[in-house]
Design a protein around this ligand. Structure first.
Ligand code: BGC
Length: 420
């Protein structure tokens, strides 16, 4: 563990965990559930083609080859077990919690609001407040009501008014119990995987449409943020942006220029369209990329279960870059590692905490850190085998078992928060 004096964070710092509705709740009916039902057999059949070069292939093959791995079904049954899960976070000494509202539950048909489901989320937030967990609510985390997807979703600018209406309705219902609001999670990932690569619904391969969708997502965010601010100026609104830190591996002009251009395309091109309506910046950080010439060539290092390059310490530079560029407070709204055996998560957390501390020492105004994830979740088109949870979930019994890294995080938070 880093030395005591290494870990001095502000008193109000938000320490939390993050989840999203579709990935943990279970029992959802949205455009993803339809997609899963259609795609599961082919995803299972292609598993060895996609993943058999991973080091952990032998361990995951059994699950990855089964169609049921790709169906969210009961997920982690968090819809019913949320109070138990919040208790785990409270016992881990967290004081914050990021989650998403499932739009398809609260507005299952256009203009028809399900009051019971709205009450569910109101109670959910009350349950957080009762445990001194500050809610950080996301309104759109990859899943859409079927009626909205069928009318073209974010392909059409006019449709964004439905999103604004939903945002207003939910924020009115949650009222003063929430303060931090994320309108949209990772707009570029939604656009790229859904419209360029065809890997997420609606599974299209259409560059022009992809650009239009991204523009509409920026517009949707700006509209929703304005509407939420009109309800009450005290709301702190943002959009969760995936950020990869991209840096030159040598000082050749070509390398330096290429890295700058790649970083600009990856972060700033979208950011500059939304930054004005953001009260703070929400960063989802998972990895960095080292560039030589035009190519990404990362240092040799162990890879995560998903084969991702692990560079938790580089979050420092990602934070400092955003700070220099945008001069706004930042919240880390996702950060974590797929690591079933929990070999790396403790190191990941420790390295990240030190990197955050250094960034703060260099002027970054950091509001909080939400680890992805509290639980093992439904990892979209990969299904259930990648395990991001501090807490393992046995999906037959729904039993939760904290991994050793969860105990480390709990001890670190106890120490950090007591030092105040
Ligand atoms: C998404 C999460 C996802 C995580 C790990 C982020 O891109 O917001 O939904 O589970 O990355 O892949």
């Amino acid at each position: 563990m880093p030395r005591k004096t290494d870990l001095l964070f502000p008193k109000k710092f938000l320490w939390g965990v993050a989840t999203s509705a579709h990935q943990v709740e279970g029992g959802t009916t949205n455009q993803w559930t339809e997609w899963e039902a259609r795609q599961a057999p082919s995803l299972a059949a292609q598993a060895s083609y996609h993943y058999d070069d991973l080091d952990n292939w032998d361990a995951i093959a059994g699950e990855a080859k089964k169609p049921r791995n790709y169906i969210s079904a009961a997920a982690a049954d968090h819809y019913n077990l949320y109070e138990k899960d919040m208790e785990i976070a409270r016992r881990m000494h967290c004081n914050a919690w990021r989650f998403s509202v499932e739009w398809s539950r609260v507005e299952p048909r256009e203009g028809e609001w399900d009051e019971q489901e709205i009450t569910h989320y109101r109670r959910y937030v009350e349950a957080l407040k009762a445990r001194d967990l500050e809610p950080v609510v996301t309104l759109f985390h990859m899943t859409l009501p079927i009626w909205f997807a069928e009318m073209g979703g974010f392909e059409t600018r006019a449709n964004t008014r439905y999103f604004t209406r939903y945002a207003q309705r939910i924020i009115r219902a949650l009222g003063v119990n929430v303060r931090y609001i994320i309108t949209i999670n990772e707009p570029e990932v939604y656009m790229k995987l859904g419209y360029q690569d065809g890997l997420y619904p609606p599974g299209k391969l259409d560059q022009r449409l992809a650009r239009r969708v991204l523009g509409n997502l920026a517009y949707a965010h700006n509209q929703a943020a304005d509407a939420i601010h009109k309800l009450n100026r005290r709301y702190r609104v943002s959009i969760a942006k995936n950020s990869t830190y991209i840096y030159p591996g040598d000082d050749a002009r070509l390398t330096v220029r290429a890295a700058q251009a790649m970083q600009f395309r990856s972060d700033d091109m979208f950011m500059r369209r939304v930054v004005k309506t953001c009260d703070f910046l929400a960063m989802n950080y998972y990895t960095s990329e080292r560039v030589y010439g035009y190519r990404v060539h990362n240092p040799e290092s162990p890879l995560s279960d998903l084969g991702w390059h692990m560079a938790p310490g580089d979050i420092q530079y990602a934070l400092e870059r955003w700070h220099d560029k945008y001069k706004k407070p930042i919240m880390i709204t996702e950060n974590g590692v797929a690591d079933d055996r929990d070999d790396y998560r403790k190191w990941w957390l420790m390295t990240t905490l030190i990197a955050m501390q250094k960034a703060m020492g260099n002027g970054v105004q950091l509001l909080g850190y939400m680890h992805w994830s509290l639980l093992d979740t439904f990892e979209w088109n990969k299904g259930f085998w990648p395990h991001f949870g501090l807490v393992a979930v046995d999906r037959r019994t729904m039993k939760r078992s904290p991994r050793p890294s969860a105990l480390w995080y709990a001890r670190a938070l106890a120490k950090i928060r007591k030092e105040k």
